[in-house]
Design a protein around this ligand. Sequence first.
Ligand code: BDR
Ligand code: CA
Length: 312
Amino acid sequence: MKPIPIVLDCDPGHDDALAMILAAHNPGINLLAITTVSGNGNISKVTQNALRVCALAKIKVPVAQGAGSALLGHTEAATDIHGESALDGATLPDPIFALEEMSGVDLIAKTVREHVEKVTLVATGPLTNIALFLKFYPELKSRINEIVFMGGSIDRGNRTPYAEFNIWMDPEAADVVIKSGLPLTMCGLNVSHQALVTKDIFAQLEKMQAPLADTVIGLLRFFASTYNEVFEMPDPPLHDPITVALLIDRSVVRTRRANVEIELNGKYTRGATVVDIYNRNGSPTNVDVAIQLDFDRFWSLILNAVEAAAKA
Ligand code: BDR
Ligand code: CA
């Protein structure tokens, strides 16, 4: 099968870093570019992190810095989960190449315009860049194959009782994406909380006995400690790489077609994804919602990618 051309829009972030490694080190994906968005840390921190992960995992694609705040100006950082640097837990190498001079949104547009095939957009942070791209470059919409994003939940949230972090950060951007009419797959907390980094996964990473695997272990141990502190989850959920994994192998997740709306106004529920699983409202379906993860398939893709990156 021909590799799937993607642009990865991310806010690294521990799980974003693993999404980058999977996208770059699986032959089923043709990673064309990486763009960053303010989320887990401020935009300069997450952009530096993206460049450092590229250096660590020998990823050589154009990287551009995207939006520094949400469409309505909101910023915050997930230091409680990802630490001060947004990627605490290991020392990463210095960047080995420079950022593109154009903005993240312009790099998405350039990549989509110039690539011969339609491009898939994978978003593992707030949806600000994707919404701006759709607004500023409507003529390129037909060049998008689909959008796969990590965000939302069919259950409860993690940033507020009902809002997941990526959607909470920029609900208006999520609303633009949800209403785009493009093929959409949503990987929310309900599925990412099945992608746990268990003791056995740590053991398999240790068995690799490779410096890159040790760095990944350091990052994931930090992630495990904050998840345990904040959410009482000793095995942390590796949210973001599910988006890439499902493109490589659709059987990694089972999805269900549903109507999804973004709550923009709720006094307590702003940023919630309202997923009408049983179509009680009778509204047209607009999203393939990931429901069930195949744990073994998912982890075998991740572990193989880490091993490949370690040997690169
Ligand atoms: C999402 O928020 C971030 O903390 C993670 O990187 C992931 O994209 C999970 O809610
Ligand atoms: Ca993320």
